[in-house]
Write a protein that binds this ligand. Structure first.
Ligand code: ASP
Length: 330
């Protein structure tokens, strides 16, 4: 046994040294860290990722952090790309509530949310808003209800693809009203917003990080918020909640989290988690996010283990709601 140890120890030491050097030198000079966003550029997940990349640059020693929009299939193409990527800390994933709803909503996703990723931490929580094209003949939620009643069978609803947050919100909305609308899928709500403003689609449910400035500029009409309480953001404060408008228990809040492929070295994960925690305290990042109705999370909620627990709890929370509504995507 002693003999085996004698032979193994130098090898083990070498391996340890190599491993340590890898983590110590992370991120290596000249190497780019990529945050994969599973939706189009210009949308709310993209927005959070780009702001976060900027805020993480300093605590990552000035590293170059870029965003790669691997959009499509409601967010599963980008998530799958990261699940299969080299676990070296240079490919990360920014995803939202879809990590918790997709396993129930889409029964055949090509990756495992619980075992294909290292969880780096929660980033923020973002309310959603129900918005409409600027030419829609309804100026508030009450008149929207009569417009929907009169136009049954002709209404379309934009979303970011099957399994996305806007898809989930739209399904729950149709289910609550008992009205079917025609879904119009995009690779993200960035391009969907362009078409809503242009009047090509009627309605959409989307994060305030994408809708606040368009509501403020009166480029779209806003009808309600999906949270249980009204929001303090100036441009959104007069919007009723869907609950107070008669849709009992309607509550959808989106959150974003950061992930790495399974097998990313523990000390690289720690460096990323430390950088994430520092970025979430960056006053510029907080100001930008809060101005768009988001709440930046802090401390314990940013812990990797805590985030994993949170996602598991969200899966448990959403699974019966999706099943009860019978709103499967497939
Ligand atoms: N808001 C989108 C969703 O509905 C995704 C995006 O474009 O960020 O899931």
């Amino acid at each position: 046994m002693k003999q085996i140890l004698k032979t193994l120890t130098p090898v083990a030491l070498l391996a340890l040294a190599a491993f340590g050097a890898h983590a110590q030198g992370y991120p290596a000079a000249g190497k780019v860290v990529t945050i994969v966003v599973p939706f189009s550029a210009g949308g709310p997940t993209d927005r959070v990722a780009r702001d976060l990349a900027e805020a993480m640059r300093k605590p990552m020693g000035g590293a170059t952090i870029v965003v790669d929009n691997a959009a499509g299939a409601g967010g599963s193409i980008g998530a799958n790309k990261v699940a299969k990527a080299n676990p070296d800390g240079y490919t990360l994933l920014m995803h939202h509530i879809g990590m918790a709803t997709m396993p129930t909503l889409v029964r055949n996703i090509p990756f495992k949310v619980d075992s294909d990723f290292e969880y780096l931490g929660l980033v923020n929580e973002v309310p959603m808003t129900l918005i409409g094209r600027p030419t829609l003949e309804a100026g508030n939620y009450k008149s929207l209800m009569s417009w929907i009643d009169k136009n049954k069978g002709k209404i379309n609803l934009g979303n970011a693809g099957v399994g996305s947050a806007s898809h989930l919100c739209g399904l729950l909305f149709q289910n609550a009203l008992k009205v079917d609308m025609t879904p119009v899928p995009y690779k993200g709500t960035g391009p969907a917003m362009t078409d809503l403003i242009g009047g090509q689609i009627d309605l959409m449910c989307d994060q305030t990080t994408n809708t606040t400035s368009q509501i403020e500029a009166k480029k779209v009409q806003a009808y309600a918020v999906t949270t249980s309480k009204r929001l303090p953001t100036p441009a959104l404060k007069d919007l009723p909640t869907l609950q107070e408008s008669g849709l009992a228990n309607f509550q959808v809040t989106i959150w974003h989290g950061l992930y790495a492929p399974k097998g990313t070295p523990a000390d690289v994960q720690k460096k990323l988690n430390d950088a994430l925690k520092a970025a979430l305290k960056d006053p510029d990042f907080i100001k930008k996010q809060e101005g768009l109705g988001a709440i930046v999370v802090a401390d314990k909620r940013v812990d990797a283990a805590e985030h994993k627990k949170f996602v598991a709890a969200e899966i448990t929370k959403w699974s019966p709601i999706i099943k009860a509504a019978g709103v499967y995507a497939d």
